[in-house]
Design a protein around this ligand. Structure first.
Ligand code: OAD
Length: 252
């Protein structure tokens, strides 16, 4: 099959996923609607530190609804194929996702670099405590969560979703691990699946991969904004393409 990617004994595979990979599970993509709204909200209201400062109850309700919804859907064959690829390749495969829905983990992928944070993690708006796993739903003002560690020091600090909002930096250690994975590869395949290439710096990874001699492949239903970085575009649904995309050479 011409679209198959041959994975040799020294090949490293970096896969970047976006909202399109979860579309077949029933989670709407970000740029699905022409009106620029995200589930009927203006993006700046629900995905910026300013929006949170203005109305934390609304923002927490929004992410709580996303938590509740993501818990009701299941990983699709695209997620499952990537988990299998990681089992087959071990640390020769790195999975980086912009999705916060946890579906890669539920499909069995481990580790997953959640470059835009995670829906089921919460952190303090003030102290440096580690983000912690949290499946609770905060729907009303009375539900708003506060940091117990700050409270022990007589400080009142709101907790917030562990999501990278617009205007915020990505985790530097995550970015470093991704760029090191690229630069350490003798033979690299970079696959971006289900992402429109509209959000930086992640949309730049394809150029990094290409500049370091990697083969760059896009698996996407529609055209993307960083198309010039890709040598190949396999057009279609990730849940249909990913399960047969990789042809792994057996060890000699
Ligand atoms: P987008 O909604 O921008 O793009 C999803 C892409 O997936 C589009 O190009 C669709 O055509 C494509 N697509 C839809 N269904 C598909 C399918 N079944 N198979 C393959 N492709 C499909 O989502 P992202 O690129 O992930 O950031 O968005 C990037 C970031 O923008 C998100 O992580 C989020 C958002 O603002 C933060 O929350 C920080």
């Amino acid at each position: 099959m011409t679209n198959q990617l041959r994975v040799g004994p020294n090949t490293r595979v970096l896969v970047l996923t976006g909202a399109g990979v979860s579309a077949e599970s029933g989670i709407p993509t970000f740029r699905a609607s022409a009106d620029g709204l995200w589930e009927n909200h203006r993006i700046e209201d629900v995905a910026s530190p300013e929006g949170f400062a203005k109305d934390p109850t609304m923002v927490w309700r929004f992410y709580s609804e996303r938590r509740a919804r993501a818990a009701t859907v299941a990983p699709n064959p695209g997620h499952i194929a990537l988990a299998k690829l990681q089992r087959d390749l071990g640390d020769r495969m790195m999975l980086v996702t912009q999705n916060v829905d946890g579906l890669h983990q539920r499909a069995g992928s481990d580790p997953v670099t959640e470059i835009h944070g995670g829906l089921y993690k919460t952190r303090c708006t003030h102290c440096e405590r580690e983000p912690f796993e949290d499946h609770d739903l905060y729907m009303t003002e009375g539900d708003l969560p506060f940091c117990a560690e700050c409270a022990a020091q007589n400080k009142t600090s709101l907790l917030r979703p562990h999501i990278v909002w617009f205007g915020e930096m990505l985790n530097a250690a995550d970015l470093h691990r991704v760029t090191r994975f690229i630069s350490n590869a003798e033979d690299l395949i970079f696959v971006a699946a289900g992402t429109s290439g509209a959000v930086y710096p992640v949309a730049n990874l394809v150029y990094r991969a290409k500049n370091s001699g990697g083969r760059t492949v896009l698996v996407n239903a529609d055209e993307v904004q960083n198309a010039s970085g890709f040598q190949q575009w396999i057009r279609g649904k990730s849940g249909e393409i990913l399960p047969t995309l990789f042809d792994i050479e057996p060890p000699v």
